[in-house]
Design a protein. Structure first.
Ligand code: AGP
Length: 368
C-alpha cells in the first residue's frame, strides 16, 4: 500500500509522518493566507460571499481522530467566526435521524476520504438538501467526490494506521475556515492578522517541539509501564487530551481515558493514585489557574503528573513537564498535540508493539 512512499530512513512510517509536520502544515496553508486583508482564500469551497455569510450553525462530522480534530475545529469556528458549532461522530449522526437545516454548514472530515460511516452520513445529508463541504486528504476519494466543495489538506500519503499529520493539517484547515467565515462577519482585521501571523509561525514552532524528541522518548519509557493513563484538559485542551489518549491506546495498547479536567471530581478521580499517572494539557490560557488547582488535587491523591504546557508549574504540581512554544491562544491545540504523538510513539516502541499496523485496526474503515 506504500509502494510509492517509503520510511525515508525513519524506523517507522509513524515517526516519519510525525516528523513531516512542519512541511505538511506549510502545504495545508500554502497559497491560502492573505497578508494584506488577513483572510484565507479557499476557492475549493465553491461558495460566494453571500452564502459564506448566510450560515447560522456549523455541524462537523468525522470518525475517531477525525472527530477529535473536528472538536478543535468547532471551537476555532465558534471563537473566531462566532457561529455556533459542534462536532459529532459521523457514525452516530447518521443513525439518529438528525434535523437537516438549510442554514447549517455541514463539514465532513476524513484523511482517507473512504470511511464508510462518514461517506454514508454525507450521502444522507445531501439527500435531505444539506450543504456539505469536506476536509479531506486523499484527492479524488469517495468523500471528496460526494461533497459540494472543500479543503484538501495536501499532507501527502499517510501510511501509518495512527493519524498524525492529517490530524494537525485538519486543525490548520479549520483555522483557515474560521478565518474565512470570520472575516466576512465579526472577526476584526487585527484579530485576522494575529491568526495569519500565528499560522505563519506554526511550522517553526512544530520544529521546536520535535526537537524535544529525546526527552519525550525518555518520558515515554518512564510512563509506558503503567496499566493505564488519564489524560485531562479543558476547553481547547480537551480534544487534545482525547486525541492523546486515542494515540496511546491505539498503538501501545495501554489503557487511556480522557476527561475534561473539570469532570474529574464527578467520578474518575476515584481512579487516581500512584498506579494511574495523568497527562495534563495545561496551556497558558484563561483556565491556567483552574488547571493548576486540578494538578494539586491529583498530586494530593498520590497521582503522578506529566504536564504539557507553556511553563514549568513548580515541582509540587507536576513530576515532569514538556514545555512548548507559545503561539496565538486559539492555535494552542495544534502544538499541544505533537508531544502526545511522540509520547504514544515512543511508548509503543518501548513496549515492542507493531507501531505502524496495530492489532485489530485498519487504516481506513470502509465497512460499517
Ligand atoms: C486515528 O489514529 C485512527 N486510525 C482513526 O480514528 C481514524 O482517524 C478514523 O478511522 C477516521 O479515518 P479517516 O480520517 O480516514 O476518515
Amino acid at each position: 500500500d506504500a509502494g510509492h512512499y517509503d520510511t525515508g530512513g525513519y524506523e517507522h512510517y509513524l515517526l516519519k509522518e510525525i516528523s513531516e509536520q512542519p512541511e505538511t502544515i506549510t502545504r495545508t496553508m500554502s497559497g491560502r493566507l492573505d497578508e494584506r486583508f488577513h483572510v484565507a482564500h479557499l476557492g475549493g469551497l465553491n461558495m460566494d460571499a453571500r452564502e459564506t455569510r448566510s450560515f447560522r450553525r456549523v455541524k462537523i462530522i468525522g470518525c475517531g481522530s477525525a472527530y477529535y480534530s473536528g472538536q478543535i475545529g468547532a471551537q476555532l469556528i465558534e471563537e473566531l467566526a462566532r457561529i455556533p458549532s459542534d462536532a459529532e461522530p459521523a457514525s452516530e449522526f447518521r443513525y439518529r435521524n438528525p434535523v437537516v437545516d438549510p442554514d447549517t454548514l455541514y463539514v465532513a472530515i476524513s484523511q482517507s476520504g473512504e470511511t464508510y460511516d462518514t461517506l454514508a452520513a454525507v450521502q444522507e445529508l445531501k439527500r435531505k438538501g444539506g450543504r456539505v463541504i469536506g476536509i479531506v486528504n486523499a484527492v479524488g476519494s469517495a468523500i471528496a467526490r460526494e461533497v459540494d466543495g472543500g479543503i484538501y489538506l495536501h499532507a501527502g500519503p499517510e501510511v501509518s494506521v495512527a493519524s498524525t499529520k492529517a490530524f494537525t493539517s485538519t486543525a490548520v484547515a479549520f483555522a483557515l475556515l474560521a478565518l474565512h467565515l470570520g472575516r466576512v462577519r465579526d472577526l476584526s482585521p487585527a484579530d485576522g492578522r494575529r491568526i495569519v501571523e500565528g499560522l505563519r509561525r506554526l511550522p517553526g514552532h512544530v520544529e521546536e517541539v520535535l526537537a524535544q524528541d529525546d526527552k519525550i522518548a525518555e518520558l515515554a519509557q518512564k510512563y509506558a509501564g503503567h496499566a493505564g493513563m488519564m489524560f485531562v484538559g479543558r476547553v481547547r485542551g480537551y480534544p487534545v487530551a482525547r486525541e492523546g489518549a486515542q494515540k496511546l491506546k491505539e498503538i501501545s495498547y495501554v489503557h487511556a481515558e480522557a476527561y475534561p479536567a473539570s469532570e474529574l471530581k464527578h467520578g474518575p478521580l476515584a481512579l487516581i493514585g500512584p498506579e494511574m499517572p495523568t497527562v495534563a494539557i495545561v496551556p497558558d490560557d484563561e483556565l491556567l489557574d483552574k488547571n493548576l488547582t486540578t494538578l494539586g488535587e491529583i498530586r494530593a491523591r498520590g497521582g503522578r503528573v506529566l504536564m504539557v504546557g507553556h511553563r514549568e508549574p513548580g515541582p509540587k504540581l507536576a513530576d515532569d513537564v514538556i514545555v512548548i512554544p507559545k503561539n496565538e491562544i486559539e492555535l494552542d491545540p495544534i502544538l499541544l498535540t505533537i508531544p502526545l504523538q511522540l509520547l504514544a510513539y515512543h511508548a509503543a516502541v518501548a513496549l515492542g508493539r507493531d507501531v505502524d499496523k496495530p492489532r485489530n485496526l485498519a487504516k481506513s474503515v470502509t465497512v460499517e
